[in-house]
Design a protein around this ligand. Structure first.
Ligand SMILES: Cc1ncc(COP(=O)(O)O)c(C=O)c1O
Length: 398
């Protein structure tokens, strides 16, 4: 039927690779297979009790009605305070929009600032949704090839060259990075901001993993720099640090006029982020900065070190130590070459033969790698390493 069919734009949007793998893993699990699922980036810690209790209290107190589309005024205020206390980011309450998580924050930002046909730089590896989100805003994603030999942080020259060739109007940055765990130094960030400023490009900085850093990696936002502050929109929230994954609440911070326009878009599309989750987020904003993450970080760090140690012992695989987030981005190029397969085929065989769910690097614009989430208990990681070893060391017929 021609009258009712998906339009061209929606046909260019692929299903999220991580969700597709999770779905297949669930199918195998339903068949009774002993699946180790390390595909999804969802912390295994529960939502902290004071936050959960605040949500229950909100329902009991009848605080479940619509809020302004931009969010509860007191949460915009609290969010601005939290961004300042936890990240030294200076935004006023009217420069903060409460959204239904980081993903809608990115969508509201892009649909507000991208003009039709604008090119947007996306350094690889990138979080899977960025290209689709840019296309949905009628922009054109321009992927900057990944630089594994540089610890996945591009030089200013590489970004400048990509900007000049494409004529890009903006760039999406994501540090700590999903999937590579890369965290640039302050000097590296400053030089990238300088490139953007020289070309009058906007920056959308996805900082949803800002609190998850290791080995002394420094948090640094493009909005920290004078030349970056007015051209940067920051995406932040408690999704990953406090397991507010299913709660659907987060922040977008940026210049007041852009935030007001994003709030107007949100008012038409979403209305407001879940009121109950907003009430609970007030408690999260009020806790001493980094308290919850301090409880979690030692466990993440032990898992990270375990994976680096063990995976580097497996023939054909390499893993540089991630400096942030909770993903190991394993270099499987040697194993893939030896077996004559792509990373997607490798992931598929790991799932079908070893019952281990990972995500291929090609989903993040970096073929030859595979992403393992260590937001999972140690026993799952031990099992995963054993299965990877079994797969990598099995004799293949010449
Ligand atoms: C880099 C990055 N940005 C955004 C999101 C989405 O976060 P939320 O669940 O808050 O929408 C994720 C989730 O995996 C992510 O890894």
């Amino acid at each position: 039927m021609r009258s009712l069919s998906p339009n061209q734009r929606s046909q260019s949007i692929e299903e999220s690779a991580t969700l597709a793998i999770s779905f297949r893993a669930q199918q195998l699990k339903a068949q009774g297979k002993d699946i180790i699922a390390l595909g999804a980036g969802e912390p295994d810690f529960p939502t902290p009790e004071p936050i959960a209790r605040a949500a229950i209290r909100a329902i009991e107190d009848g605080k479940y009605r619509y809020t302004p589309a931009s969010g509860l005024p007191q949460l915009r205020e609290a969010g601005a305070k939290w961004l300042k206390n936890a990240f030294a980011l200076e935004f006023s309450a009217d420069e903060v929009l409460v959204t239904a998580g980081a993903k809608p924050a990115l969508h509201m930002a892009l649909s507000t600032i991208v003009e039709k046909g604008d090119r947007v730089l996306i350094p690889a590896p990138y979080w899977v949704s960025y290209p689709a989100l840019v296309r949905m805003a009628d922009g054109e994603p321009v992927v900057v090839p990944s630089v594994p030999d540089q610890g996945f942080v591009h030089t200013a020259d590489q970004i400048a060259a990509a900007a000049d060739v494409s004529g890009a109007r903006g760039i999406i940055l994501n540090y700590p990075n999903n999937p590579s765990g890369a965290v640039p130094t302050r000097a590296q960030m400053e030089s990238i901001v300088r490139v953007a400023a020289q070309r009058d490009m906007w920056i959308l900085s996805d900082e949803i993993y800002a609190q998850l850093r290791y080995d002394g990696a420094e948090y640094c936002s493009p909005a920290h720099f004078e030349s970056g502050r007015g051209r940067t929109m920051v995406v932040g929230g408690f999704t990953k640090s406090h397991t507010l994954t299913g709660w659907r609440v987060g922040f977008l911070a940026g210049p007041k006029d852009v935030i007001a326009a994003a709030a107007r878009a949100q008012s038409q599309v979403l209305g407001n982020a879940c009121t109950i989750s907003q009430e609970a987020s007030l408690v999260a904003c009020d806790e001493p900065p980094h308290e919850e993450i301090a409880r979690r970080l030692p466990a993440f760090d032990a898992r990270r070190k375990f994976l680096v140690r063990e995976i580097n012992e497996i023939p054909g695989l390499r893993l540089g130590a991630p400096r942030g987030a909770f993903y190991a981005f394993v270099d499987a190029r040697k194993l893939c070459a030896e077996r004559g397969m792509t990373d997607a085929q490798l992931c598929s065989r790991l799932l079908e033969e070893q019952f281990l769910a990972t995500v291929p690097g090609s989903a993040f614009g970096a073929p030859g790698f595979l992403r393992i989430s260590y937001a999972a208990p140690m026993k799952d990681l031990e099992g995963a390493v054993a299965r990877l070893r079994a797969f990598a060391t099995v004799k293949v017929a010449p």
